[in-house]
Design a protein around this ligand. Structure first.
Ligand code: AHR
Length: 481
């Protein structure tokens, strides 16, 4: 198979936020996941697990979305600052939360990881005033009622906050709105989200679910000039059936390819929504923010179904790598993406059990891809055949930064390796890393390193041609200096 790279002049930059994540008050994502409380015997910084902080720093998480999801549209931020007020999490399990993790704790989490916060505000059950005051609380430097309250709660200086979502899935759990109604609400709510004290917000509107082209069309038509980003949500279900998603670990090759066929639909979604956005925004000022994506399987047997806890295998790693390649290759429009979700929920990159923690195969994909962050996209052409009907055997993207070309190549085939040939302009220094294994290989708390990254250096470079073999079901990062 041939792989060709075409460095483009003035190429698009791969926004580092494509490597973003999502944390919701759902199951054991926040409580008993990221946040164990100050008094926990698990080593922590102000209640936030130290091992999780280190793992997230390693993959350079650029941005983190919070507090939901569906939860965002029932969250009243005032209950989570100062004296805490308990609330029922009606979206996920009906548990009563003590709100010990609120705005201050989330902002500290972002500071500890070194990422930007992305806050999703409440349109479904909140008021314009409530949302507007949240922004004032977080970002106003002077002497105002909200800034005074923030100071009384221990934070003198305002935080920097760029990314703000105006509601979540308001076509569904966020209020069951029609696009016409939401667009008007968006226009109203965003009017009162002010840029205080040198802080500038990047406002993200609730966008479509999957292929709801009408939502994008109407939203762009009526509010396009007032949005910076439009959120797209698309989950990969192997069955395509919301009543029975299929098992996260117990699947055969046929279901593996079904999953990949479903995930590959992301490309059409990006292209079609971008085409609609182009009509109203030909300069591509407005970003497509894929702020919920990933696999969604049946919950692990024996776990609370409302907690959406699932295992993760090499199949998830391939799904993640294929999507990240797609986002890279469409970085002229995709400005952010946030895989769902960061810890213990859906396609998590980290799982915890008491004091134990493991990194899933999906985590390792984010590690293999991290050099693409804020790099120039290099166009790739790859000769490929079908691994299964509608599923190409290979996927690739490449980028250039600081004189180093990074290629991320995925072999989607469950059982076939391929020899790759690439004529590369410079081959002076080449290194590689690989993640590979059977399609259902996974890490468990007993075997946390069953699937892990290893060095890959089985390259030959003769006459300016780079040759190597990519094993079945694997993701490779190649770095050429
Ligand atoms: O990620 C889980 C849920 O999926 C989110 O809360 C919601 O936005 C989506 O439906």
């Amino acid at each position: 198979m041939k792989l060709m790279l075409t460095p483009t002049k003035n190429g698009s930059v791969i926004n580092k936020n494509i490597y973003g994540h999502f944390s919701e008050h759902l199951g054991a994502c926040i409580y008993n996941g990221i946040y164990v409380g100050k008094d926990s015997p698990i080593p922590n910084t102000d209640g936030i697990r130290n091992d999780i902080i280190e793992a997230l720093k390693n993959i350079r998480v650029p941005v983190l979305r919070w507090p939901g999801g569906c939860f965002a549209d029932e969250y009243h931020w005032h209950n989570g600052v100062g004296e805490r007020t308990r609330m029922i999490n009606t979206c996920w399990g009906g548990f009563v939360e003590d709100n010990s993790f609120g705005t201050h704790e989330f902002m500290e989490l972002c500071e500890l990881i070194g990422c930007e916060p992305y806050i999703c505000g409440n349109v479904g059950s909140g008021t314009v005033r409530e949302m507007s005051e949240w922004v004032e609380y977080m970002t106003f430097a002077g002497d105002s009622p909200m800034a005074a309250e923030r100071r009384a709660n221990g934070k003198d200086e305002p935080w920097k906050l760029k990314y703000f979502g105006v509601g979540n899935e308001n076509w569904g759990g966020g209020g069951n709105m029609r696009v016409e109604y939401y667009s008007d609400l968006y226009r109203q709510y965003q009017t009162f989200l002010k840029n205080y004290s040198g802080n500038t917000l990047y406002k993200i509107a609730c966008g479509p679910s999957g292929g709801d082209w009408n939502w994008t069309e109407k939203l762009m038509e009526s509010a396009g000039k007032m949005v910076d980003g439009i959120a797209l949500h698309y989950y990969t279900l192997p069955t395509g059936d919301w009543n029975d998603h299929g098992s996260s670990t117990d699947f055969d090759t046929e279901v593996y390819y079904d999953t990949l066929r479903e995930t590959l639909k992301m490309e059409h979604l990006i292209e079609e929504h971008s085409r609609i956005m182009d009509k109203y925004d030909p300069e591509k000022r407005v970003g497509l923010v894929v702020d919920e994506w990933g696999t969604w399987f049946n919950p692990e047997p024996g776990t609370n179904p409302g907690f959406l806890y699932q295992q993760s295998t090499m199949r998830d790693a391939i799904v993640a790598a294929v999507n990240l390649n797609l986002f890279n290759n469409h970085c002229d429009r995709v400005s952010m993406a946030n895989i769902a979700q960061i810890v213990n929920v859906l396609q998590a990159i980290i799982l915890t059990e008491g004091e134990k923690m493991l990194l899933t195969p999906t985590y390792h994909v984010f590690d293999l891809f991290k050099a693409h962050q804020d790099a120039y996209l290099v166009e790739t052409y790859i000769q490929t055949e079908e691994a299964s009907a509608g599923v190409p055997c290979l996927s690739a993207s490449a980028s250039l930064k600081d004189g180093i070309t990074t290629i991320t190549l995925v072999n989607l085939s469950a059982d076939k390796s391929y020899e790759i040939r690439s004529e590369s302009p410079s081959l002076s220094r080449i290194s590689g890393r690989i993640l590979t294994g059977p399609i259902d290989a996974k890490n468990t708390f007993d075997e946390p390193e069953n699937v892990k990254i290893t060095e890959f250096n089985a390259f030959s470079t003769i006459g300016g041609v780079l040759k190597f073999t990519i094993p079945a079901c694997s993701v490779i990062e190649i770095r050429i200096a």
